[in-house]
Each structure stands twice: as structure tokens, then as C-alpha cells.
Design a protein around this ligand. Structure first.
Ligand code: ADP
Ligand code: ASP
Ligand code: MG
Length: 444
């Protein structure tokens, strides 16, 4: 059977002509890399712009009736620079007239096209350029990634679409991040969604490997922006990866795990700037833990509000939690977690969900649930320590708590997922970086 590798390249891997060349070399180094999924150009340095952010900005300008010419010029200049520089080296690139595509997109934005369409053009243009550079077919994602009328991915229809489309192309570039809805309109995934496109293509192509190329040599034990030179993770299970990426390790979109996990396709996270590094292999949940007893990684997110509720005999009051949760539901608020004791329960809610709704929610809880006490803890951060070896080894929680206490970090909340691969602590936003450093140093 032929081997197929699906390779997704992130924004920093395609940020300028030099990065495009690295991608070309990587793809050509292994003939199995048959289907390629690019993101939009990302940042070339820390103060640079991501093209996707600029495209969203164009949409906002149009909505507010402000000219978007200046923003669009930055976008247009970036693509022109990429194509011009590539044309100087590769003759066949001269045939690509990128400005015709740019003019059409500008016209569409001016005509008030929806923001999903505008945002998707970053990936679309990159796929046009990359398919020309590689001499691969271009397949538009709107022809094989399908959403339903509620904006959710239609997994069945998508799978069939991918299988059908790929059967007539041996080598193709498919833009990441978007697909189409039942009326044919462009619909995007959430931010970072090209990872999901790559995973769906890998499953539809029957790939033996899904490579996710980025700017770090794999999944690291902690965010490199917080810990200097964190240890790389050689192998991680899909479950651990999902926990870590959901909790803020943004290397891979958390929803990209399902399609490949179902099909048993391993994911390899690799570094475009250092392609010979082994990277991280994401493997089945039964993969043995080499260093039993140690943790796999640490990740965290800031900006939560915790509503801590206490009521005597809460455990015997029928329907207490239902009332509590229906208050959130009627206010259209999604919560993060709900740690509970016998007479206590806390609601952990991301701040962006709350908007100006906190006062109303508190008033309704007091009226409907009649708690003995209700405390609001604002500016909270959650930190997850994740490891499949945890359930079998003693003292992991003690080590985390001791490390935090030693470094004077006040723990405001503790939660252990029933999967036993995860211990979550809530600390104040101000203590976030210190807490991650303390836990990391305690284990390494
Ligand atoms: P891409 O544009 O290639 O999709 P992302 O920016 O989405 O790349 O993801 C890679 C970035 O994720 C890294 O540059 C790093 O700053 C950040 N990151 C956060 N947590 C981790 C972690 N635990 N391991 C590696 N990278 C991490
Ligand atoms: N370009 C999109 C974003 O910035 C999607 C992606 O990079 O995966 O969110
Ligand atoms: Mg990403």
C-alpha cells in the first residue's frame, strides 16, 4: 500500500519567501508528502502582523464605514513580496499573477462580503502560491470541508467530500481554516483551525502520518514564552494533548485530535526551522509511559471568574445544581468547570463569557438557590498539570501544592478531572507565571 503523509504548515512556516523555500525543501525531501495544508502568513518577528488579523481588521473597517485601503495595502504588499522574491529564484513562479486575486478579494470586501469569507482569504492565497511553487494541484477547501446550517462541521459529508476529491488528485495543496455552509457560503473554524483541516484531510486521505509543521521542535513541557527552554515532549497521548491544548498550549488546536485519533493516525509536530529534530509524536492512549511518575506537561489560561457557593445540606437538596446551571443557560453563559464539595459548589466561568452579565447571574442565584454564602473571585487563572502516569503514582498533587506554597502562591481552587490525568489549580492572575515556574521546577 502506498504511504501518504498529510503535512500542515502553520503561519510562521509561511510568513515570507524564505520560509516558503524551507517548506518546498521539506515537501520535496519525501515523496510521501502528497497533500499539503497551509495557514495564512504569520508573524516574521514578534512585532509583525498576522495576515488573518489584518483581514479581520478589514472587515471591521467596512462594518464601521471606515476606509480599509491602508490595511489592505499591508496585506497586498506582503503577498507581492513573497511572490516577487520566489519568482526571482523559480522561473515557473513568474506565471502567477497574484494581483488579479488580490483585486478580486478587495472588490469582494468592499461589496460587504461576510467576515468569514474575508478571513479565509489568507489561507486561500497562500495555497494558490504554494501549489504553484510545488507544482501541486490546488483544491479549494470550500469543495470538501462542509458545515451544517448551525455552523457545525458536518463530519460525514466532509469525509465523503475529501475521499471523492482526493481520488482524482495525486498531489494537492488545500487551504486550511475554512469550508462552506449548505448555501455554499464560506465558513471558518475558530482561530488556529488549519490544524483541524489538516487532521480531516489526513483521515480522508487514509494517511499513515499527519505532520504538523510549526516554529517549535514539538510540544514542550510548558509554554516557551513563560519557561526558558522547556524540555521537549517526545511522545504524548491524544488525551493528554487535548487536555494541554485546551488549557492553553496553543501548539495544536484541541479539536484537531478527534479525526486522526478515530482513524489511529499518529500526529508528528515538527519544526520547519529545524526539520531534522524529532519533534513530538502523538500516540494512542495505551502508549507506555517511559518515565512513570513524572508529569507530561503544564499549561494554563488566565481571566476567569469563580462564583463560590455554600449552602448547608446542599447535597440533599433535589435539583440544586440544575437550578444553578439553568441560570447560566438562560443567560447564555458557558462555564469551564464546576468543582464541588458536600455543601459547596463553585462555578468557574471565562471572563469573555460574562460580559456584563455577572450582576444578573448573582441576583438570580441568590433569589432561586438561596445560598448561605456566595463569594466572587475575579481575576483567576487556571493551571493544569497533565500526565497519564499520574493515576498510578503517589505524591504528585502533594508535590504541586508544596511547590506553590514554597513560592508563596495562594491556591484558591483545586480540581482533579475524573480521568485522573489532570490536576487543575486556580490561582490569581498575578501569580500565573510564578505558579507555572514553581510547578515546572518542582518536577524537573
Ligand atoms: P502555527 O502558526 O505554526 O500554527 P502556533 O502559534 O499556533 O503555530 O503554535 C506554536 C506556538 O505555540 C509556539 O511558537 C509557542 O509559542 C506556543 N506554545 C504554547 N505552549 C506551548 C508548548 N507547551 N509547547 C510548544 N509551544 C507552545
Ligand atoms: N490563520 C488562521 C488563524 O490565524 C488559522 C490558522 O492559523 O490555523 O487563526
Ligand atoms: Mg496554530
Amino acid at each position: 500500500m502506498e504511504n501518504i503523509i498529510v503535512a500542515k504548515f502553520g503561519g510562521s512556516s509561511l510568513a515570507d519567501a524564505h520560509q516558503f523555500e524551507k517548506v518546498k525543501n521539506i515537501v520535496e525531501a519525501n515523496g510521501d508528502r502528497k497533500y499539503i495544508v497551509p495557514s495564512a502568513p504569520g508573524k516574521r518577528h514578534s512585532k509583525d502582523y498576522k495576515i488573518t488579523d489584518l483581514l479581520y481588521l478589514c472587515s471591521t473597517h467596512v462594518e464601521q464605514g471606515i476606509s480599509f485601503d491602508d490595511v489592505f495595502k499591508i496585506i497586498s504588499d506582503r503577498y507581492n513580496e513573497i511572490v516577487t522574491e520566489l519568482s526571482e529564484k523559480y522561473n515557473h513562479m513568474k506565471a502567477l499573477d497574484i494581483n488579479t486575486y488580490l483585486l478580486k478579494i478587495k472588490y469582494d470586501i468592499e461589496s460587504g462580503c461576510p467576515s468569514d469569507y474575508t478571513a479565509s482569504r489568507g489561507e486561500y492565497l497562500n495555497a494558490i502560491i504554494l501549489s504553484t511553487l510545488l507544482n501541486y494541484d490546488f483544491i479549494d477547501a470550500s469543495d470538501l470541508i462542509f458545515f451544517d446550517k448551525y455552523g457545525r462541521l458536518n463530519a460525514d459529508h466532509t469525509h465523503k467530500g475529501i475521499v471523492k476529491k482526493l481520488s482524482s488528485s495525486k498531489n494537492a495543496v488545500i487551504p486550511g481554516f475554512y469550508g462552506s455552509d449548505p448555501s455554499g457560503k464560506i465558513k471558518t473554524f475558530s482561530r488556529g483551525g488549519s490544524d483541524i483541516t489538516g487532521a480531516l484531510i489526513a483521515r480522508g486521505a487514509g494517511a499513515s502520518l499527519y505532520e504538523n509543521w510549526t516554529d517549535v521542535s514539538g510540544f514542550l513541557m510548558a509554554d516557551p514564552r513563560i519557561i526558558t527552554n522547556p524540555m521537549p515532549i517526545e511522545a504524548i497521548t491524544y488525551r493528554e494533548l487535548r487536555e494541554l491544548s485546551y488549557m492553553g498550549a496553543t501548539v495544536l488546536h484541541e479539536d484537531s485530535v478527534f479525526p486522526v485519533r478515530e482513524a489511529g493516525i499518529p500526529i508528528n509536530i515538527k519544526n520547519t526551522n529545524s526539520p531534522l529534530d524529532r519533534g513530538t509524536l502523538i500516540v494512542g492512549d495505551t502508549h507506555p509511559m517511559e518515565k512513570c511518575g513524572t508529569i507530561t506537561g503544564i499549561a494554563g489560561k488566565k481571566d476567569f471568574t469563580v462564583i463560590a457557593i455554600e449552602k448547608n445540606l446542599m447535597n440533599t437538596e433535589l435539583g440544586f445544581c440544575r437550578k444553578l446551571l439553568s441560570i447560566l443557560e438562560s443567560n447564555n453563559v458557558v462555564f469551564e468547570s464546576m468543582p464541588a464539595g458536600i455543601d459547596t459548589v463553585s462555578l468557574v466561568i471565562p471572563d469573555y463569557q460574562l460580559d456584563n452579565k455577572l450582576e444578573t447571574i448573582i441576583e438570580e442565584i441568590n433569589r432561586q438557590c438561596k445560598p448561605d454564602s456566595l463569594e466572587i473571585l475575579p481575576n483567576m487563572a487556571l493551571i493544569a498539570t497533565v500526565g497519564r502516569g499520574m493515576s498510578k503514582s503517589k505524591g504528585i498533587a502533594a508535590k504541586i501544592f508544596e511547590a506553590l506554597a514554597k513560592n508563596n502562591v495562594n491556591i484558591r481552587m483545586i480540581n482533579q478531572g475524573s480521568s485522573e490525568i489532570n490536576i487543575i489549580v486556580g490561582v490569581e492572575n498575578n501569580d500565573f507565571e510564578k505558579a507555572i515556574n514553581s510547578i515546572y521546577n518542582a518536577f524537573l
